[in-house]
Write a protein that binds this ligand. Sequence first.
Ligand SMILES: Nc1nc2c(ncn2[C@@H]2O[C@H](COP(=O)(O)OP(=O)(O)OP(=O)(O)O)[C@@H](O)[C@H]2O)c(=O)[nH]1
Ligand SMILES: [Mg+2]
Length: 316
Amino acid sequence: MRKAEQLVQGVLQGNRRSIAKTITLIENNEPEAPKIVSVLYQQTGKAHVIGVTGPTGSGKSTLIEKLIRELRRRGKTVGVVAVDPTSPFTGGAFLGDRVRMQEHSTDEGVFIRSMANRNATGGLAKATKDAVRVLDASGKDIVIVETVGAGQSEVEIVKVSHTVIVVLAPGLGDDIQAIKAGIMEIADIFVVNKADRQNADKSLSEIQAMLEMNTEKKGWKPSVLKTTALTGEGITELLARIEEHKEYLKKGALEASRKDQVETELVEAIKQKIAESMVEDLKRKGEWEKLKQKILAKETDPYSVADRLLRKLRRN
Ligand SMILES: Nc1nc2c(ncn2[C@@H]2O[C@H](COP(=O)(O)OP(=O)(O)OP(=O)(O)O)[C@@H](O)[C@H]2O)c(=O)[nH]1
Ligand SMILES: [Mg+2]
C-alpha cells in the first residue's frame, strides 16, 4: 500500500508524475486503482469541470488550447482529459502533443492527458471520470474534458461536467441533426467555431431556432456564440459565458446536478460490480463457455440468462 499512499500524496500536492502514474493505473484497471480513487474522491469537488464535445474536426482541441492559454494568463490552473475514440495517434493525443510543443511543457499549472479507447465498453467512460477526479483532487481550478460527441459513452462522460460546451462548425447541418438526439439537451453553451468561414451566421441562427422550439427546458437558457479558435477570436466571450453559467449553478442547480451525478454513478458502480462478480463466478464454475455456446446455438439468449442469474442471486 506504500506505493499507493505515495501516489495519493503526490497527486494532492499537484505533482505531475504522480498524476500521470495514477491515471495510467486507472486506465489499465490495475488492482490498486479503486482504492486510490476512493481516497482521492474525498478531496474532489473544488474544480469547475467543463465538457467540450461536438463532431470530429469542429475545432475542439484548438479551442481548448486557446482556453488554456487565456486561463493561465488569468492565473488559473488547468487539467485536460481528451478522449480519443479511435487511436492514440490522432485527436486527443494531438492536443497533448500540440500544447506540449508550446509554452505549457514546463508549466506545472497545466496537465494534459489523452485517454485511448482501448478497454471494453463502459471502461473508458469510467476511466475518464476517474481521471477528471484525479485532476480535481490535484488542485486544478478548471478541468476540461474533450470528447467527440456521438455515442452513449460520450453522454456519460459529459455528465461529470458542470458546464457542457458543444462545438460545431459551419456547414455541419447533418451533424446538428445527429447530435440533436443526445448532446443537444445537455449543452449549456453552443459554440459555432470556424467563424472565419462562410455560413457561420447561418449555423448560429439554425441553432437559435432549434433552441427556441425547445420550450420545455427550464432554468438555464443555453448561450450561442461564434469563435475562431485559430485566431482566438471569441475566447474572451466564451470564458464570460462559462463564468455566467458557473454563477447560475452556484444558485442551486449545482446541488441538483451533483445529486444526479451521484445517482448515475451509483447505478453504474452497482451494475459493474454485480456484472463482474457474476461473470467471474460463471467462469470459475466453467459455465461461461457453455453458456456462450448455447446462445450461439440459439438455445437461449443473453437476456434469459441474465434473468436466470438475477433470480438465483435474489434467492441467496
Ligand atoms: N478555418 C478554421 N479552422 C480551424 C478553426 N479551429 C480549428 N480549425 C482547424 O480545424 C481542424 C480540426 O481542428 P481540431 O481542433 O483538431 O478539431 P477537433 O474537434 O479537436 O477534432 P477531433 O479531436 O479529431 O474531433 C484543424 O486543422 C484546425 O486547424 C477555426 O476557427 N477556423
Ligand atoms: Mg481534438
